[in-house]
Design a protein around this ligand. Structure first.
Ligand code: S6P
Length: 585
C-alpha cells in the first residue's frame, strides 16, 4: 500500500484535524491491534503531544483553578447565577451529560441545581447529528440569551474541540460584550493560532478573531482560554474520541473541585491529582489482564454483525446507558452508518434522561430510547448475528432484556462472580481503588467513582464502534473518507482529503468536490461562486460525495466513471487503495 505524506505542514493543520502516525495502518490491523493502537493514542491525552502544553501544564492547571473558583461562587449563589455548558455534536452531548451529573450532585447535597447545557440543533442533536446549526452563530446567541434570561452571574463554557464551531464562537463573542454578567471560557484542543480562520456566513468575525480577542482580554478580565493539546485523533478529525474524553476529564475536574470548594471551603486534592486519577484509570483499563483481548473479541463480534448488515444494541442503566447512547449517536456522522446500525437504550428512557425538551419519542423510532421500547420494537425481531452489549456497574442486567436470541456481550464493573447472565464475551473492569484513593481521598472516591466508570465505558465503546467500522472497510489508512459534507468544517475537511491523496492544488481539489456534489464535469463560474452553505445544502442528502470526487481526482476521470468504480466495489478502503496502487505502479 502506498504511503501518502501529509502535504500541508503539520503546523498549519489544526492538531485536531491532523493525521496521527500511530494509527496510520489501522485499516489493516486485527481487532486486538486496533484496540492496542487506540490505547496508545489515548495515552497521549495525558502524556501530551510534541512541544505543546499538556493537561498538566502549569498554565492549564492555573486556569483550571481560576475557573473552579468562579464555578464555586456561582454554586454558592445559585439563585442568581448559572453555569452554562455549550457545544455542537459530541461537545454538546458531553455538555448535557456534565450538566446532568452535577445538577444531580447538587441535589444530593441539598443545594440548588445551577447547571444548564446548550447543544446546536437542540435536543434532537443528542441522538442524531444536526450538523448545519453548528455553523450558525446567531442561533447560538439566541439560545444563550433565552437560557440565561434574568441571571446576573453566568459562567459560560463554550466547548469546541477544534476551536472552530461558529455556534460557540457567536456565544463567546456575546459573553465578551456582556462581561458584567458573563465569565466566558473556551475549551478546545488546538493552540490558539490554529483556531479556524475561515469566514463565517452572516457574521463579521472568524473563530480565530474571537480567540484573539479573548487572548487580549484574558489578562485584564475574567476571560479564560483552556486549550491543552492532546494530539491528533486516531481516526483523523474524529474529535468524539480523544478530545471528547479530554473534555469530560476537564469539565469534571472543574466541577468536582467547585462542588467540594463550595461545600467545605477547601478541596482535599490538587487539581493535578484529579486529572492524574483519569490517567491511572486509563492505564488500568487497558493493562488489566485479558481486558484488551475481551474488548477485541467484542469488536470482532460486532464487526462481523455490521458486515452482515446486523445491528449493535447498547443496553445500560443510568449514565452508563447514556454513554452507550452517545457512542451510538456518533456513528452516523462519523462513519455514514444508518441510525439502526448502532443504537443505545436506557433503562427508564426519558423518565431518567433529564434533557431540556423532555420526551422526544414522538419524533420517530430512533428517538425511542427506553428498555420498554427495545422490548416492544427490537427484541421480537433480533437476528442471530445482531449483538446486544449490556453495560452495567454492578453486574445486574434487567432480565427482560436478556431474552434475545442473538450474540451477547457484557461490560461490567463488578467481579465475574456477580454476573447474572451468560454472554459470548465479558469485560470485567475494576477501578484501581487504592491508587485513586491515594490521589483524591476516600470520600471523593466514594462520591465520584461513577465518573471513572463512565470514562472507562467511553473508551471501551469508542474502541468497539471504531473497530467495527474499520472492519467494515469504512476507513482508509486512518481517515474516514466517506464523510457527509454537511457543515463548513466537513466541507473543508473533504477538500483536505482530496488534496492529500491526489496532490492537486487546493483550488483544483475544491473544484473536484464541487463537480461531485453537482454531478457535472463542467463546473460553471456561477456554481463556483455560490456561498459554501449552498454547496453544503446540495451535498447533505447525497452519498459517496467525497469518494467519488477523490477517485475522479486521482484517476483524472469523469464523475460518472468514478461512480461506476464505486458501484463495482462498495468497500471504500479497498477501492481507494486499489486505485492508488494502480496509479503508483
Ligand atoms: C466529531 C463529532 C462531531 C463534533 C462536532 C463539534 O467526532 O462527530 O459531531 O463533535 O462537529 O466539533 P467541535 O470541534 O466544535 O467540538
Amino acid at each position: 500500500m502506498p504511503t501518502i505524506s501529509l502535504k500541508a505542514g503539520a503546523m498549519s493543520v489544526p492538531v485536531t484535524e491532523a493525521v496521527n502516525p500511530i494509527t496510520k495502518n489501522v485499516d489493516v490491523a486485527s481487532p486486538l491491534e486496533i484496540v492496542s493502537l487506540l490505547h496508545k493514542c489515548d495515552k497521549e491525552i495525558f502524556e501530551g503531544w510534541n512541544e505543546y502544553k499538556s493537561l498538566y501544564d502549569e498554565e492549564v492547571l492555573a486556569t483550571l483553578d481560576k475557573i473552579i473558583t468562579v464555578a464555586a461562587s456561582i454554586i454558592e449563589n445559585a439563585a442568581s447565577g448559572l453555569i452554562v455548558l455549550s457545544g455542537c455534536g459530541t461537545s454538546g452531548r458531553i455538555a448535557f451529560l456534565t450538566a446532568r451529573t452535577f445538577n444531580a450532585k447538587l441535589s444530593e447535597l441539598s443545594r440548588t441545581p445551577c447547571f444548564k447545557y446548550l447543544i446546536a440543533g437542540r435536543d434532537k442533536a443528542l441522538f442524531t447529528s444536526q450538523e448545519a446549526p453548528e455553523d450558525d452563530p446567531v442561533c447560538g446567541v439566541e439560545m444563550l440569551k433565552e437560557i440565561t434570561d434574568g441571571k446576573t452571574k453566568v459562567l459560560f463554557i463554550g466547548i469546541t474541540c477544534g476551536l472552530s464551531a461558529p455556534y460557540v464562537g457567536g456565544q463567546l463573542q456575546y459573553c465578551m460584550e456582556n462581561l458584567g454578567v458573563f465569565t466566558p471560557v473556551v475549551l478546545g484542543f488546538n493552540p490558539t493560532h490554529l483556531a479556524r480562520n475561515n469566514p463565517i456566513e452572516k457574521w463579521e468575525s472568524t473563530f480565530l478573531q474571537v480567540i484573539n480577542k479573548m487572548e487580549e482580554m484574558k489578562s485584564s478580565s475574567n476571560v479564560f482560554i483552556l486549550n491543552p493539546v492532546v494530539g491528533p485523533e486516531p481516526i483523523t478529525g474524529s474529535s468524539r474520541m480523544k478530545s471528547g474524553s479530554a473534555t469530560k476529564v476537564l469539565l469534571e475536574t472543574i466541577f468536582t473541585g467547585a462542588i467540594l470548594s463550595a461545600k467545605s471551603g477547601d478541596r482535599p486534592w490538587q487539581t493535578k491529582s484529579f486529572i492524574q486519577s483519569y490517567q491511572v484509570v486509563c492505564n488500568n483499563l487497558y493493562n488489566a489482564k485479558g481486558s484488551m483481548e475481551a474488548v477485541a473479541q467484542i469488536v470482532e463480534l460486532a464487526g462481523n454483525s455490521l458486515k452482515s448488515n446486523g445491528s449493535i444494541y447498547y443496553v445500560g442503566e443510568g449514565t452508563l446507558g447514556i454513554m452507550g447512547m452517545i457512542d451510538a449517536s456518533e456513528c452516523p456522522p462519523t462513519y455514514g452508518a444508518s441510525l439502526s446500525d448502532v443504537r443505545g437504550f436506557l433503562d427508564r428512557g426519558y423518565k431518567s434522561f433529564r434533557n431540556n425538551d423532555g420526551d422526544l419519542s414522538s419524533l420517530g423510532l430512533h428517538f425511542q430510547i427506553s428498555f420498554n421500547d427495545m422490548i416492544k420494537d427490537i427484541l421480537p425481531h433480533v437476528k442471530p448475528f445482531d449483538v446486544v452489549i449490556y453495560i452495567t456497574s454492578d453486574g445486574n442486567v434487567d432480565q427482560r432484556m436478556t431474552k434475545c436470541l442473538c450474540k451477547k456481550a457484557l461490560i461490567s464493573f463488578a467481579p465475574k462472580s456477580s454476573t447474572v447472565i451468560s454472554t459470548d464475551v465479558e469485560v470485567n473492569m475494576s477501578l484501581p481503588k487504592e491508587a485513586l484513593i491515594s490521589l483524591i481521598g476516600e470520600t471523593a472516591f466514594q462520591q465520584f467513582s461513577m465518573l471513572f466508570e463512565e470514562i472507562s465505558t467511553k473508551w471501551i465503546l469508542n474502541a468497539i464502534t471504531t473497530g467495527t467500522h474499520v472492519m467494515k472497510g469504512k476507513v482508509f489508512q486512518n481517515m474516514m473518507v466517506d464523510l457527509k459534507v454537511s457543515n463548513n468544517k466537513l466541507f473543508h475537511r473533504a477538500i483536505g482529503i482530496i488534496q492529500r491523496f491526489s496532490e492537486l492544488s487546493l483550488e483544483d481539489s475544491k473544484d473536484c468536490l464541487l463537480r461531485s456534489i453537482y454531478n457535472t464535469d463542467n463546473l460553471s463560474e456561477e456554481i463556483r461562486e455560490r456561498p459554501i452553505s449552498c454547496h453544503i445544502e446540495a451535498a447533505t442528502p447525497l452519498s459517496q460525495v467525497v469518494p467519488r470526487a477523490l477517485l475522479s481526482a486521482i484517476l483524472s476521470c469523469s464523475v460518472s466513471e468514478s461512480q461506476r468504480l464505486l458501484d463495482k466495489e462498495p468497500v471504500i478502503q479497498k477501492v481507494i487503495s486499489q486505485t492508488l496502487s494502480g496509479v503508483n505502479q
